[in-house]
Write a protein that binds this ligand. Structure first.
Ligand SMILES: [Zn+2]
Length: 170
């Protein structure tokens, strides 16, 4: 079975605007580009493992569980469940960056508010994505909370198109 390291002797890396409180470089792959293209259409793409049937978002080349190639793509729901969360100290404009973005400048929170970082397991996925939770008071957040994606007004095929999640209203 060919492994990625045999196919690609060198690791190619590019800067991406998805850093968490500092400069982060993502191992570049066409998969991440494919994922971002999907976001432009408000589609969240994952890869499906033919071995164990797990769906991983964003897509991966090789299943971390059974090491099979994951060539098949599936679109998962933009609704999911909070599996983990962290609540920040009150944010200060120009000083706090979350995922490379200034949450005050983006209008996600007002100055002095707290940022709620969450792991969300989207319906149809077996992995978590990390994002921000908005539209809820910090004391109301809980594991198991149902949330829905908040999309950029004009998605551009960037990782930041998926801005945040908000509580799912039924
Ligand atoms: Zn697998």
């Amino acid at each position: 079975m060919p492994y990625i390291k045999e196919q690609r002797k060198e690791t190619i890396s590019v800067e991406a605007d998805w850093d968490v409180g500092g400069s982060t470089t993502w191992k570049h792959s066409t998969l991440l580009r494919e994922y971002a293209h999907g976001l432009k259409e408000k589609k969240i793409i994952g890869s499906l493992c033919p071995g164990c049937g797990k769906v991983i978002v964003p897509p991966r080349n090789i299943c971390g569980r059974c090491h099979r190639k994951m060539d098949e793509r599936v679109v998962v729901s933009d609704v999911g469940t909070v599996t983990c969360f962290v609540i920040s100290a009150p944010v200060i404009k120009g000083k706090t960056k979350v995922m490379g973005m200034d949450p005050v400048e983006m209008g996600l929170v007002a100055e002095g508010e707290r940022v709620i970082s969450v792991y969300v397991k989207l319906d149809g996925a077996d992995s978590n994505i990390d994002t921000e939770l908005i539209g809820v008071k910090p004391e109301e957040v809980h594991v198991g909370m149902r949330v829905k994606a908040v999309w950029a007004k004009e998605p551009q095929g960037k990782l930041s198109d998926l801005e945040a999640v908000e509580p799912l209203k039924d």
